[in-house]
Ligand binder design. Structure first.
Ligand SMILES: C[S@@+](CC[C@H](N)C(=O)[O-])C[C@H]1O[C@@H](n2cnc3c(N)ncnc32)[C@H](O)[C@@H]1O
Length: 330
């Protein structure tokens, strides 16, 4: 089965595409959002994905839909990717953060502990894999990753179990890792979720530098958007939603902190965005019944002002062991 797009009507309404406009889908995936936008307006759509498989799907679609332009790469580099083909400004950007069902459902991509496969987890099929992380990193670094990105309370115990087991046998498959974690934390203990859930999430986010990409993607969208253009972001994880919310509030000049006694002092450059909605949009009952994945989805949207893009990079708020150090060790 393919990928069921989440909050599709809400994304379309938030993006508000119009005829003649130029839009970017930074996470093409199965093309669910992209197709809907192309149907809604006579617009041009650049479909970015870092996954070769997703771009092959986009290329197949582009054979019959000439307003779609597939681009292989990361949305964190969207300005470079677009400038490279002569596009200097766009009217809307959408990001649907995370992995697609295509990626999870293919055991050989190694994303899921439910399917046995090589321990890979790379969306972009290049760079260090999950196997490199668990077979090469120190227990201290593994603890940091699992604690920071998985918010797993037993991070240290799991990291120690990983480094102890690889002394005798390296990790090759998703089930190797899932079983090691399960025995480290003593099984499910009546919990509904598998004990490896948070660790798998953390390693996947680390291997793909997902928070770093999100931070760069938000700033790149800010640089590319024309005044009045919308930035629409859907997240499935509280760490990501927090980052998006902080970015949108900060750059709209809507960060709290002021009070009756100590009014907020305006700091920094002029707001580069205006908040079109103060609260995140969540999926309704009807959608979560059909698609349980939608339960954790949060949509946020802002509209670009005429002010310049802020020069400062977006902070992920996390300090992780550098991924390029692992790359150098390979
Ligand atoms: C949740 S799916 C998107 C589904 C899509 N909205 C749809 O309706 O079919 C996320 C996709 O984004 C891609 N992706 C994740 N991070 C990326 C990044 N930093 N740059 C480019 N693509 C990325 C993944 O490879 C995956 O295909």
């Amino acid at each position: 089965m393919g990928h069921v797009p989440v909050l599709l009507d809400e994304v379309l309404e938030a993006l508000n595409p119009r005829d003649g406009g130029i839009y970017v889908d930074g996470t093409f995936g199965g093309g669910g959002y992209a197709l809907r936008v192309l149907e809604a307006a006579e617009c041009q759509l650049y479909g970015i994905d870092r996954d070769f498989d997703a771009i092959s799907r986009a290329e197949a679609l582009a054979e019959t839909q000439d307003r779609l332009v597939p681009l292989l790469g990361r949305f964190g580099d969207m300005d470079a990717l677009l400038l490279n083909i002569g596009v200097a400004e766009v009217d809307g950007v959408m990001l649907d953060i995370g992995v697609s069902s295509f990626q999870i459902d293919q055991g050989e991509r190694g994303f899921s502990f439910m399917r046995d496969g090589p321990l890979d987890m790379r969306m972009g099929q290049t760079g260090p894999s999950a196997s490199d992380v668990v077979n090469l990193m120190s227990a201290a670094d593994l603890t940091t990753i699992i604690r920071q990105l998985g918010e797993e309370r037993q991070a240290k115990r799991i990291a120690n179990a990983i480094t102890a087991r690889r002394k005798t046998e390296g990790f090759e498959t998703t089930l190797d890792l899932a079983q090691c974690i399960e025995s480290a934390v003593g099984g499910r203990r009546g919990k509904k979720t598998h004990p490896a859930t948070l660790t798998f999430q953390a390693i996947r986010m680390y291997v793909n530098d997902e928070l770093g990409e999100l931070a760069r993607g938000l700033a790149a969208a800010e640089r590319m958007l024309a005044p009045g253009g919308r930035l629409v972001v859907v997240t499935f994880h509280s760490l990501e939603d927090r980052l998006v919310k902080q970015f949108m509030r900060e750059r709209s000049g809507a960060l709290g902190g002021g009070s009756r006694y100590m009014p907020e002092v305006k700091q920094g450059p002029d707001p580069s965005f205006e908040l079109t909605l103060r609260k995140a949009v969540e999926a309704g009952e009807a959608e979560t019944q059909i698609n349980p994945r939608a339960r954790s989805a949060r949509l946020r949207v802002v509209e670009r002002t005429t002010a310049q893009a802020w020069p400062d990079p977006v902070d992920t708020g996390k300090t992780l062991p550098p991924l390029n150090a692992l790359e150098a060790a390979l």
